[in-house]
Design a protein around this ligand. Structure first.
Ligand code: 4AD
Ligand code: MG
Length: 447
């Protein structure tokens, strides 16, 4: 039987400073323990922080002191004691314990302070979430998500949720997850964009924010099969307005995280000076300027060193190409006007150079790759129909979408920002798998 010890007072370690000198009960789990003769030091975590509990045999007596000795790593218990300020203690406070109530003695905990391999940790992700590093990452993720919502909510954007089951591909047919929708084919959405466009013509400024799906058969450090994307879309906006919105948005997120999550960034040993320099304006390169940078002897040598294919002008940028470009700047870089051949069907041709489209990718600094993709949408019915045909997409599935070009078509633009790549960049993580609570990768469906 698990003792039903409930935290009715709702006292948590993150607010422990308010209770200095008072007696409190903390409900949590054993993070670590040290015993020395007649003293025990228990590190108690409650999900909001960690506090050192000091237990003295002299103060508590034999029975309670023995309980402290019984606790294994991650055992759950409730400690009652007096809060005392102590500069040396982690967090600045410690608990002078009067009583300990055991809730559950944990079985031998698989994750120990010794080094574990990445696969082992990912297999134990449900437990790994308890570690201080994962805590820091997921709290930064939360701050990023809150900043995203705050940004759009405070600028008059209406939240419009996009569906997850969709009849058509938005971002190419090679990464679709197919489902059987009562005998019809439906796909898990790759992007909410096709629904944001009509919504923008209805509401002016909109955004959607939800999970998106890509059957990515590549095992790179930047790809998940399920990831979160936020997608603003604005009527009467062009590529220039879109780029300005993306810049303002990214600066807002980074500066907000710096203001609210410094402690977590410190736990992650993130060099925050690299984030502090993320202020507008960001450098901008046309695709042609980027291509020129990527065909220098230095860039070719860089790709070789990374064992990546050499950049071919006219092609899309690869991961190593993006890394090379961003290493030349200390801010995110906007690369615009890619060849239409490498971009999605809905992008508007550049009237100045018809084989280019009015698109923008934002590349994060320090080699974290593309975090934003977007641009101005094709607003002419016939041109868009021709593009759907060129991309060999089923016209029937886009009939409703084409109505946006039939009834009061206007210039409009938007973008999508990938949350996990943004978390990886801001936290300074090598791989996106740690940026989401339960990652979905080509070879991972558990836990
Ligand atoms: O560049 P993408 O494919 O753009 C779109 O989907 C547009 N329809 C968005 C729009 O204009 N409304 O994806 C946008 C972003 C990428 O820049 C990247 O950050 C992220 O989504 N992303 C992924 N993140 C993790 N794993 C994957 N497999 C991702 N694919 C894209
Ligand atoms: Mg893209």
């Amino acid at each position: 039987m698990i003792p039903q010890l409930i935290n009715r007072e709702k006292i948590y370690i993150e607010n422990i400073g308010q209770y200095e000198g008072k007696e409190v009960k903390i409900h949590g789990w054993l993070y670590n323990a040290r015993h020395s003769g007649k003293l025990s030091f228990l590190l108690l975590r409650d999900g909001t922080g960690v506090i050192q509990c000091v237990i003295s045999l002299k103060d508590v007596g034999e029975e309670i002191f023995a309980r402290a000795g019984q606790l294994t790593q991650e055992s759950s218990f409730v400690a009652t004691g007096t809060v005392r300020a102590d500069k040396r203690a982690p967090g600045g406070y410690e608990l002078l314990v009067k009583n300990i109530e055991i809730v559950h003695i944990a079985k031998e905990y698989p994750i120990t302070p010794k080094e574990h391999g990445e696969t082992f940790l990912m297999d134990h992700r449900h437990l790994w979430l308890r570690s201080s590093r994962q805590h820091a990452i997921l709290r930064v993720r939360h701050a990023i998500i809150k900043s995203i919502r705050d940004f759009f909510d405070s600028r008059g954007f209406t939240l419009i949720d996009a569906p997850v089951f969709t009849p058509a591909a938005c971002e190419g047919t090679s990464t679709l997850f197919e489902t059987d929708y009562f005998g019809e084919k439906a796909y898990l959405t790759q992007s909410g964009q096709l629904y944001m466009e009509p919504a923008a013509l209805a509401f002016g400024k909109v955004y959607c924010f939800g999970p998106t799906f890509r059957a990515e058969k590549s095992k790179t450090r930047r790809h998940l099969t399920e990831f979160w994307m936020v997608e603003p879309e604005v009527a009467y906006m062009d590529l220039e307005g879109d780029m300005q919105l993306a810049e303002e948005f990214i600066e807002f997120i980074v500066q907000n995280v710096l203001a609210t999550r410094r402690e977590e960034l410190q736990i992650l040993e993130r060099d925050v000076s690299k984030l502090e320099s993320v202020t507008r304006p960001f450098p901008r390169l046309s695709y042609d300027e980027a291509a020129a940078m990527l065909t220098t002897p230095e860039a070719i040598a860089f790709a070789q060193e990374k064992e990546a294919p050499a950049f071919v002008p006219g092609n899309d940028l690869g991961g190593a190409d993006e890394t090379y470009i961003t290493q030349k700047f200390d801010k995110p870089v906007l690369v615009h006007r890619y060849p239409s051949a490498v971009k999605a069907f809905y992008m508007k041709n550049d009237p100045q150079q018809p084989d280019r489209v009015l698109c923008v990718d934002v590349l994060a600094p320090e080699g974290y790759g593309e975090i934003v993709g977007g641009g101005q949408r094709e607003d002419d019915l016939e041109t868009l129909e021709a593009k759907i045909n060129t991309h060999q997409l089923p016209m029937q599935a886009f009939r409703w979408y084409l109505d946006v070009r039939r009834y009061g078509s206007v210039p409009h633009a938007g973008f999508g920002l990938g949350v996990e790549r943004t978390v990886a960049w801001i936290c300074g993580l090598h791989h996106v798998r740690e940026t989401i609570p339960f990652a979905r990768l080509m070879h991972r469906l558990y836990p």
